[in-house]
Design a protein around this ligand. Structure first.
Ligand SMILES: Nc1nc2c(c(=O)[nH]1)N[C@H]1C(S)=C(S)[C@@H](COP(=O)(O)OP(=O)(O)OC[C@H]3O[C@@H](n4cnc5c(=O)[nH]c(N)nc54)[C@H](O)[C@@H]3O)O[C@H]1N2
Ligand SMILES: Nc1nc2c(c(=O)[nH]1)N[C@H]1C(S)=C(S)[C@@H](COP(=O)(O)OP(=O)(O)OC[C@H]3O[C@@H](n4cnc5c(=O)[nH]c(N)nc54)[C@H](O)[C@@H]3O)O[C@H]1N2
Ligand SMILES: [Mo]
Length: 776
């Protein structure tokens, strides 16, 4: 049977009488993800977009009607009419305002498969028509990406060179996991996770006697290692904890002075801060204990243990998705520098173990087939998480990484492969911002909130409805992805959609290069063979690959060892920092003059955390982490996600004491709120979450009780109703979703129904052309 590849794994397609009935994990995957179970039924769900649809007001009055976004019904139209309108709007905006007025930053994970990758197709199309305003960085790693390149190395270099799990198993004695090592997150990998390696690796390490310390408000973040030690830190206080640890290392001279001297710059300035010489406050264990809720004695013991063992310090990405999110990364690396084990097997630091499957895979960083996207002729960009600010403040200045920029004036927004009404913070602010552009266009397979808030909605196929090639960096297999079912209703591939629009603009040949999708697959695959050869990998020809269904790529003979060449000879292998060394103090960052991020790592209290004045009114810190039951918002309507809901709502977990203090019982529907917004959730209680903290996964589809309305209650549990839309700092402008305080109360009154998975209302609905079996 043929294979398909998703961000959460590779599956064999099981059919019965021509119908897709199941996706079975491949035999080589020892820890397959259950998420595949959501797909066979999920791709034929009522929330599929059947045909092109245009918001009623837009059809009549175009941009003048944009207040109607999210509330007005849609009119279904034919593809020709849709293409005409899209082409007309693109031409108008380009002519009147220039290409800069098109926002194509289109953040989102799309689907696996290298050719039918929605965002790559969009980039290729928009670059061909003269460019667009783009986005840089990511929601995943906004703060980390910027700080890492200043103080150690570009994130891309680090992530590809993480020390392999096998080396950790053989050498690490103590694994300090800030944010834990949550198995749930290792289900996925962008572009494909053909073999799940992390949980088996953790089991081997535990068996080998590695001691794991889970520094997290949530015990389950290291739930795969039964004997892991739990340090239930206050959310947002990890930098204070790390400073407390560093204080012990420095004052008890447990740190590696030779390492610091040879490999780092700026230690003295930092030491003066740490010891309180520069500001009168010693960042000692007692100081840290007050901020973190971790007793001083325990902090001292941990520091001494770290200094006496081969220690790996890993910092989960969640820690930097916060106000001052740069700090735990900078400070984590500083702590590793003090231990002096960077570049040694099993020691040093990690910046993403267990955040995804591939980190630490120890494989060749081989670049497989990729769609050529061209280059954007325009330089216009924003840091991705500033998107609502861009819409709200055209022409206004903002800072980013030491420079000052102005927000462009966006007239047309084009999205393919993302869901901003899932991923962006402060949805009520987003709704106001989203009313600013004149036109919003989206391709998706499903009626997500993003689609419901758009003017022009074009139905895309899903992975299972087309052939493609699965190939992700550091992943073990290349996969011949086989079409499993016919496209739903009138859905088309993103490629076909852009080809149709390009034809209206006289650019069809330039966009398609005269190729069918199948011809593209062959060309992209063949183009990747010489790249493979540079790693000594011999790929079979395309026909053999397609016939056999996959290529098992060889592993390098030895695991990679992060920064070992730098350790061997820092003069011959300097870092890409200004000094060529680890920058414990960064002159560059100091020169930017940002008050909130001085020249060395420092504790900067966030505006929202349990230590701030706001906690008097909103006494719970809300963690919105990655979901176990889906990838972000994808297949929230699928079986695995829906089985986890409580009274149809996303589960919110609280400590039993916090629930009891509010008179709340498990299974109840609760209202979670702050000054920014409110959502409903289903209550779960657990001793495995520290008091003062509530946790809800991201990804429940936004379900406003009053459609299209700022301030509406969300019936379903999207945490971005309450999160803050502020930059981590002016340095990175990264997303700060984790810094948020809320209150939780029982929900009284009639429960609003869940309508998130229903299509929007249509006028003149004409479903006659759609086979009734596709509608179930
Ligand atoms: N509060 C809070 N918010 C967060 C986070 C958090 O931790 N807390 N995490 C953030 C992070 S790290 C991320 S990465 C983002 C994720 O945010 P997104 O990447 O926007 O989330 P997805 O749900 O993966 O959205 C992908 C969309 O693409 C569609 N799609 C899939 N395949 C195709 C295709 O072939 N063609 C087209 N046209 N569409 C397709 C899917 O149906 C889906 O609607 O969320 C961010 N938001
Ligand atoms: N199943 C599944 N896996 C995924 C994804 C998904 O949607 N579904 N998304 C993928 C993506 S796009 C990304 S970017 C990665 C993200 O990887 P991460 O950002 O690391 O993932 P999260 O689950 O948000 O956070 C990990 C844990 O950190 C803890 N945490 C939160 N705040 C703090 C804090 O202040 N201090 C400490 N010490 N701990 C804290 C939370 O309890 C949380 O469970 O995950 C990827 N993996
Ligand atoms: Mo992410």
């Amino acid at each position: 049977m043929g294979l398909t590849s998703t961000h959460w794994g590779v599956y064999r397609i099981r059919k019965s009488e021509g119908r897709l009935v199941g996706l079975d994990p491949v035999e080589w995957d020892r820890d397959p993800s259950p998420l595949g179970r959501s797909m066979p039924e999920g791709v034929r769900a009522p929330s599929r977009i059947a045909r092109p649809a245009i918001r009623e007001g837009f059809l009549k009055n175009r941009g003048a009607s944009r207040e109607g976004r999210g509330s007005e019904p849609f009119v279904e139209v034919g593809w020709d009419e849709a293409f005409d309108i899209v082409a007309e709007e693109l031409q108008r905006v380009r002519r009147d305002f220039g290409n800069e007025a098109i926002y194509g930053g289109s953040y989102g994970w799309s689907s696996a498969g290298r050719f039918h990758h929605a965002q790559s197709q969009l980039n290729r199309f928009l670059r061909l028509i003269g460019g667009y305003t783009d986005s840089v960085d990511s929601y995943s790693l906004g703060a980390a990406r910027v700080i890492l390149r200043h103080v150690v190395a570009p994130w891309e270099d680090l992530v590809l060179s993480h020390t392999g799990w096998q080396t950790l198993e053989q050498n690490t004695e103590l694994f300090m996991a800030f944010g834990g090592l949550p198995g749930k997150n290792t289900q996925v990998n962008p572009g494909g996770a053909s073999e799940h390696i992390v949980r088996p690796a953790l089991a081997r390490m535990a068996a080998a006697g590695v001691h794991f310390v889970n520094v997290s408000p949530v015990r389950a973040d290291l739930g795969d290692v039964a004997q892991a030690e739990w340090v239930p830190v206050r959310p947002g206080s990890d930098t204070a904890l790390m400073l407390g640890l560093a204080h012990v290392l420095v004052t008890e001279t447990l740190y590696d002075r030779d390492f610091i001297e040879r490999y780092a710059v700026g230690f003295e300035t930092f030491r003066d801060y740490l010891l309180g010489h520069s500001d009168g406050i010693a960042k000692d264990a007692d100081w840290a204990a007050v901020l973190t809720d971790i007793p001083a004695g325990r902090i001292r013991d941990l520091a001494r243990a770290m200094a006496s063992r081969r220690t790996m310090i890993n910092v989960a990405w969640s820690l930097q998705r916060a106000e001052h999110g740069e700090q735990p990364y900078w400070m984590g690396i500083t702590l590793a520098a003090l231990l002096g084990q960077i570049g040694l097997p099993g020691g040093g630091f990690g910046v993403g173990y267990a955040c995804m499957n591939s980190v630490g895979a120890g494989r060749y960083p081989f670049s497989g087939p990729r769609l050529p996207q061209g280059t954007n002729p325009l330089a216009s960009f924003i840091p991705v998480a500033r998107v609502a600010d861009m819409f709200l403040n055209p022409g206004q200045p903002y800072d980013y990484d030491g420079k000052s920029y102005r927000y462009p004036n966006i007239r047309l927004v084009y999205w393919a492969g993302g869901n901003i009404f899932h991923h962006h913070q402060d949805i009520n602010k987003l709704i106001r911002a989203w009313r600013r552009p004149e036109v919003t266009i989206v391709h998706d397979a499903f009626w997500t909130a993003h689609a419901k808030f758009s003017d022009i909605v074009l139905p895309a196929t899903t992975t299972l409805e087309r052939n493609d090639i699965g190939s992700a960096s550091l992943d073990r297999f290349m996969i011949a992805m086989q079409k499993a079912v016919e496209p739903f209703a009138e859905a088309r591939d993103d490629y076909a959609i852009f080809s149709g629009i390009a034809a209206r603009l006289g650019l069809e040949e330039a966009f398609t290069e005269g190729r069918t999708p199948e011809q593209w697959l062959r060309v992209l695959y063949e183009e990747s063979r010489p790249r493979a050869e540079t790693f000594g990998i011999e790929l079979p020809d395309f026909d053999t690959f397609w016939r056999e269904g996959f290529v098992d790529l060889p592993r390098p003979r030895t695991d990679s060892l992060m920064l070992d060449d730098f350790r061997r000879d820092p003069d011959r292998h300097p870092l890409k920092t200004p000094s060529g060394r680890l920058e414990i103090t960064s002159q560059a960052i100091g020169s930017f003059g940002y008050r909130e991020i001085p020249a060395h790592p420092a504790w900067q209290p966030p505006a929202e955390w349990l230590g701030s004045a706001t906690a008097a009114r909103y006494p719970l810190h809300l963690l919105s982490n990655q979901p176990r039951t889906r990838l972000h918002s994808q297949f929230d309507h699928g079986a695995v996600s829906r089985e986890s809901k409580i009274q149809g709502r996303e589960p919110l977990t609280m400590n039993p004491a916090d629930a009891a203090a509010r008179g709340l019982t498990p299974g109840a529907v609760v209202r979670v709120y702050n000054d920014r917004g409110a959502f409903l959730a289903g209550l779960a209680v657990s001793d495995d979450i520290r008091p003062g903290v509530a946790q809800i996964a991201t990804g429940a589809w936004y379900d406003p009780v009053e459609r299209g309305t700022v301030g509406s209650l969300d019936a379903h549990g999207n945490p971005n109703l309450v999160t803050q839309d502020v930059g981590a700092s002016r340095l990175s402008q990264g997303c700060a979703a984790q810094s948020v305080l809320v209150q939780v109360e029982g929900f009284e009154g009639p429960l609003p129904p869940i309508t998130a998975f229903d299509p929007p209302p249509f006028i003149q609905p004409d479903l006659s052309g759609i086979p009734s079996t596709d509608r179930t």
